[in-house]
Ligand binder design. Structure first.
Ligand SMILES: [Zn+2]
Ligand SMILES: [Zn+2]
Length: 355
């Protein structure tokens, strides 16, 4: 039996490199040799035991690589093709997928399954490994344009898709004022997304100097530091009563609440954060339920057409998404990478991992 090196979740606090069986390709699947991947904030939640996955699972959900083997029934791709695969791998055929909610895919069964489209490093083996098996390959393999490097498309599978979706789901319109709470990797992509969707004022909220600077590069017109500003009051002053769309990109009660308080009546809170415990809503912030507010949530959109669109944005040079990668490690040193990334040392935004 052939084996491969892979980062495996063992128990709370332990993700380690192990030799595991190299996957066998079945009908409709493809095996991708991973050339580049990264670590997501969600992987850190898994490492800390805050998001449960089963011990022995290969983690990671952001693959860039080459097709090594193609299963029966997958058409239009060849061995050796350079591809990315979205973090979310919709089947493309279930009711959720055909209703444009691929992230809530029931992978082949009837109906919807909440978060069901997120399979890599969640319910099936992921891509912090030498190889990854791609389910429903026909719906998920996305060819990389020849003139784009692996590094340039590394953010497409997850954070670029997720961040931009906050603006799309929040229905940002031309001329809108948008606030993005927290400028971590996802928030920075949401800032870029608001700009791409036509916002004329993008306000980033962030206290870390390096991230404040990056926020401006990704399209923020104003960056407010919560350590120096009453952020909500300042947003209301800048916008004459509140933003059209407030984006939550951290997953805390305080930032969710600040979103509610800084959005105008009739505006939208677009939430990306992964919350734990309880989330409560102060009634004054939603005018006792009479303020015509909308609250929308989004999980990263996946699938090959989504990936094609995101790569076209990179190719058109619309935003420097590749610049979010600040550090690089070989797969053999992934534990060091987890340590750096999870403690946010050395100005890290995203790390590149090379199997
Ligand atoms: Zn992720
Ligand atoms: Zn589906």
């Amino acid at each position: 039996m052939k084996t491969m090196r892979a980062a495996v979740f063992l128990e709370k606090g332990k993700i380690e490199l192990r030799d595991v069986p190299r996957p066998q390709v079945g009908p409709g699947e493809a095996l991708v040799k991973v050339s580049l991947t990264t670590i997501c904030g969600t992987d850190v939640h898994i490492l800390r035991g805050e998001y449960p996955v089963k011990p022995g699972l290969v983690v990671g959900h952001e693959p860039v690589g080459r097709i090594e083997e193609i299963g029966v029934g997958v058409r239009g791709f060849a061995v050796g093709d350079r591809v990315i695969v979205g973090a979310i791998t919709p089947c493309g055929q279930c009711r959720a997928c055909l209703s444009n909610h691929g992230a809530q895919c029931s992978h082949g069964a009837e109906g919807y399954e909440a978060i069901g489209g997120w399979r890599f490093g969640n319910t099936i083996d992921g891509c912090q490994a030498e190889y990854v098996l791609v389910p429903d390959a026909q719906a998920n393999l996305a060819r990389i344009p020849a003139d784009l490097s692996d590094e340039e498309v590394l953010m497409c599978p997850d954070i670029m898709s997720t961040g931009i979706s906050a603006a799309e789901t929040g229905r940002v319109r031309v001329g809108d004022a948008v606030a993005v709470f927290a400028q971590g990797p996802i928030g920075l992509c949401a800032t870029a997304g608001a700009r791409l969707c036509g916002a004329s004022l993008v306000i980033g909220i962030e206290g870390v100097p390096k991230r404040k600077e990056m926020a401006r590069r990704m399209g923020a017109d104003v960056v407010l530091d919560p350590n120096h500003h009453d952020v909500v009051a300042e947003i209301k002053r800048l916008t004459g009563g509140g933003v059209d769309v407030a984006i939550e990109a951290l997953g805390l009660q305080s930032t969710f609440e600040n979103c509610l308080r800084s959005v105008r009546p009739g505006g939208t809170v677009s939430s990306l954060g992964v919350y734990s415990g309880h989330l409560t809503m102060p009634l004054d912030a939603i005018a006792a339920g009479l303020g015509d507010h909308a609250i929308r949530t989004t999980l990263c959109p996946g699938g090959k057409e989504r990936m094609r669109r995101l790569m076209s944005i990179v190719k058109a040079g619309r935003f420097p998404f590749g610049d979010l990668v600040t550090h690089s490690f070989p797969l053999a040193k992934i534990q060091e990478a987890y340590d750096l990334f999870s403690h946010q040392r050395d100005g890290v935004l995203k790390v590149a991992i090379r199997p």
